[in-house]
Design a protein around this ligand. Structure first.
Ligand code: TXA
Ligand code: MG
Length: 349
């Protein structure tokens, strides 16, 4: 199959392109659609056969549920049944962070096919700030079920070119709106009641809406320590958050910016550095060096570039193995370290 790339400029009127994408989705086909986080591989969420194609094309296991993209916050109630005790919290989160890089896991309605939610009693709902995904969902008249548009376990695509490398030839259309403005997948939250019955959120996946930002508007449960009692045992987990994920094809190791790093003889290393000025970056063992935010170091800039830099390093012919500098785990650094740790995890573990 030939994959057509349709360039769109969201500053202009793109409705014809959104209608074209929606027409393909209505036929049961798949379309790659940009969001502000990463490109998504979209299917009509109410067409179980089309959603099955998403799993097939991505080679994604069926236990890993998909996010439903909605044209606006009001549409959440068409697919989710928000419990009375959580309505205030959900309204606050929606008002603060939608449209934007936040996904809410909520009790599902029966109209959502089992395959979308992997049979779970909940559905993941998102209203992206990218006009393209919202425009296509509006034109379709149904939610768009869309995981990141990469093969399962690979690096998420933050440009149409990256989508083509992952899925070129397997889907009929990519809407190309250029590079994604956030660069990291959405923060996934499970609104729940804590052990005292108060509304709170559990962070199922760290992302652009940081814990610090969330704490300004609601109670945020601390990550449960291994073996410890959860403070909201009924809140769901994110089944797709596997230990190894977001992985380049080359081995990736994490290292402190202060070192030490001992290169193995005969291995050609590429370094992904935060600012490019660390003790680690000054070692002379790197055949290639890329910085996420050269100079003063801004986490937001690093986040936007992280997946593109990982991909570029993976494609670099001179490099056998990748070393990535550990980042500060505050703010956006937490989400980036989550992705890097999974990228570094042993794939056979
Ligand atoms: O930014 C994003 O969220 C991007 C764009 C395309 O929207 N999407 C994305 O989708 O990252 P994906 O499929 O790569 O990751 C979604 C994750 C799943 O792996 C799963 O862990 C979690 O969302 N998820 C989906 N439905 C869930 C549910 N009902 N309960 C718990 N977790 C769920
Ligand atoms: Mg993904």
């Amino acid at each position: 199959m030939e994959t057509r790339v349709l360039e769109i400029d969201p500053l202009e009127d793109c409705r014809a392109a959104y209608r074209e994408a929606a027409a393909l989705l209505a036929e049961g086909q798949l379309v790659a659609i940009p969001t502000e986080t990463v490109y998504g591989l979209g299917a009509d969420a109410f067409n179980a056969d089309a959603v099955a194609q998403v799993f097939a094309v991505k080679e994604r296991p069926h236990f890993d549920p998909l996010i439903c993209h909605l044209p606006n916050a009001a549409a959440v109630h068409e697919i989710a049944d928000v419990p009375e005790g959580l309505r205030g919290l959900v309204d606050t989160l929606a008002a603060e962070f939608w449209p934007g890089p936040m996904t809410l896991v909520l009790p599902r309605r029966a109209c959502v096919p089992d395959i979308v939610t992997s049979g779970l009693p909940t559905v993941a709902c998102r209203v992206t700030s990218h006009e393209a995904m919202r425009g296509v969902a509006k034109a379709l008249g149904h939610p768009v079920a869309a995981p990141s548009a990469n093969r399962f376990g690979h690096i998420s695509p933050t440009s149409a070119a990256a989508v083509l490398k992952e899925l070129g030839g397997a889907i009929p259309l990519v809407l190309d709106a250029g590079a994604c403005s956030e660069g990291l997948e959405s923060t996934i939250l499970a609104p729940c009641l804590d052990d005292k019955g108060n509304p709170a959120v559990r962070v199922l996946r760290e992302g652009p809406i940081t814990r610090e930002k969330l704490r300004e508007v609601c109670r945020v449960l601390k990550p449960a320590k291994k073996g410890a009692q959860e403070d909201a045992p009924s809140a769901p987990n994110a089944p797709g958050q596997l230990k190894s994920h977001y992985a380049p094809s080359k081995p990736l190791t994490l290292c402190s910016p202060f070192g030490p790093f001992t290169p193995q003889p005969g291995v050609r290393y590429g370094l992904i550095s935060y600012k490019g000025e660390s003790k680690l970056a000054q070692m002379d063992c790197w055949v290639e060096k890329m910085s996420l935010s050269p100079g003063s170091g801004r986490l937001a800039e690093a986040a936007v570039r992280l997946f593109a830099v990982m991909r570029a390093m993976d494609e670099c012919e001179d490099v056998d193995a990748i070393v990535a500098e550990e980042l500060p785990t505050v703010g956006l650094g937490a989400a980036m370290m989550d992705r890097l740790t999974r990228a570094a995890a042993d794939r056979n573990a």
